[in-house]
Design a protein around this ligand. Structure first.
Ligand SMILES: Nc1ncnc2c1ncn2[C@@H]1O[C@H](COP(=O)(O)OP(=O)(O)OP(=O)(O)O)[C@@H](O)[C@H]1O
Ligand SMILES: [Mg+2]
Length: 221
């Protein structure tokens, strides 16, 4: 069975005057795939990720995650489903300002009631892999853009969720750190996780098995 089946996904923004952001987007993802989504600014890439993660409310179309009909989940169940199955790297990082880097990365594990010693070990390992070990006691406002981005990535992948949604995950990174992230993604891909990576960078897309193109809220053939 496919991991994800999306058909005719649509989304409007705005209340009085509706602004269509997605106008019928289709996508099927097999378990373990690593795919890129590319398209111009404003074409609907972040909207797709926000719908797949359930952060934005689904409006029209079909969305199945394995055999779960995502349109039928209540908001509460959607939040639980996301926690258990999906890791999201937001375009604007969405770190919690009041939490240190350590606490931000540890949050998904805390929510799963993992014992503290194991949390400590896991956070240190991922921070080491992403080159942010020396930043664990800092707060988000004390970080550079690239450091914040790597913290957001660490938080999204620390539980190694079935589906990882990454919105321009290398947008704020230099070449070395961009490569570092792609190495981590490749490791997760090898372990069987499924990754969707929105990117403007052809090099990042070339690390993926295929590229889905989107234009004006629709698939571009
Ligand atoms: N919260 C919102 N309210 C109103 N319009 C929105 C909102 N979010 C997105 N849009 C509009 O929906 C369309 C798609 O936006 P989206 O953020 O998905 O684009 P994108 O492909 O991710 O672009 P970028 O590459 O710049 O990140 C755009 O026209 C945008 O202006
Ligand atoms: Mg975007």
């Amino acid at each position: 069975m496919s991991l994800i089946r999306v058909k005719n996904l649509s989304k409007n923004y705005g209340t009085k005057k509706k602004i269509p952001a997605l106008k019928g987007f289709d996508m099927t993802l097999e378990k373990g795939e690593m795919v890129a989504i590319m398209g111009r600014s404003g074409s609907g890439k972040s909207t797709v990720l926000n719908l797949l993660s359930g952060i934005d409310q689904l409006e029209g179309g079909q969305y199945f995650f394995e055999d779960t009909d995502m349109f039928r989940l209540s908001e509460k169940n959607m939040i639980r489903f996301r926690r258990e199955n999906i890791g999201v790297i937001f375009q604007h990082f969405a770190l919690i300002d009041e939490f240190t880097v350590f606490q931000n990365i540890a949050l998904p594990l805390k929510l799963r009631h993992i014992p503290s010693a194991l949390i400590e070990e896991k956070v240190r390992n991922i921070a080491d892999e992403l080159g942010i070990s020396s930043l664990l006691q800092k707060y988000p406002k004390e970080l550079s853009g690239g450091e914040a981005q790597r913290t957001a990535i660490a938080r999204a992948i620390i539980t190694e969720p079935k589906l990882i949604l990454a919105d321009e995950p290398t947008g704020a990174l230099d070449e070395e750190n961009g490569l570092r992230i792609m190495t981590v993604f490749a490791r997760l891909h090898e372990k069987g996780n499924t990754l969707v990576i929105v990117t403007h960078d052809p090099q990042v897309a070339s690390c993926c098995q295929r590229t889905i193109r989107i234009k004006d809220g629709r698939n571009e053939p």
